[in-house]
Design a protein around this ligand. Structure first.
Ligand code: HEC
Length: 102
């Protein structure tokens, strides 16, 4: 019986770690498509500082056009650096490529 104790203890530790890991990963915001691509990172850095970056599939391509224009007003109102035309194009391209269809 004694010999099993260390095993039980490490098993219990493994279960606790697995459970904590599940809870933590379950609470993470949904990960973005192509999260490591330069366009996704630009999106997070320019569109994820006032709110979490919205998942691209939540809007259609046409809605993204409108949203980005509206957000440019917010960016300006907040006194943040405006999007350059390259940033705007790259972000919109990323959003539209991964946009929803309805
Ligand atoms: C200066 C802060 C700020 C930045 C930067 C910003 N947003 Fe927003 N965003 C807001 C606020 C505030 C709202 C809340 C809705 C409102 O007031 O219209 C919002 C709401 C949204 C919504 C939800 C609108 C809805 O109808 O539910 C989307 C989508 C969005 N932002 C996308 C973006 C995108 C894309 C970018 C990058 C181009 C961006 N945001 C950058 C402030 C910001």
């Amino acid at each position: 019986m004694r010999a099993f104790r260390p095993l039980n203890r490490s098993l219990r530790a493994a279960f606790i770690l697995a459970f904590v890991g599940l809870v933590i990963s379950g609470c993470k915001p949904a990960s973005l498509p192509d999260a490591t691509s330069p366009a996704a990172q630009l999106y997070v850095s320019r569109c994820g500082n006032c709110h979490v970056p919205y998942p691209p599939h939540e809007m259609t391509a046409a809605m993204w056009d409108t949203q980005v224009t509206m957000m440019e007003t917010k960016i300006q109102a907040a006194g943040m650096r405006p999007l350059t035309s390259e940033e705007r194009a790259s972000i919109l391209d990323y959003l539209k490529r991964n946009a929803g269809t309805e």
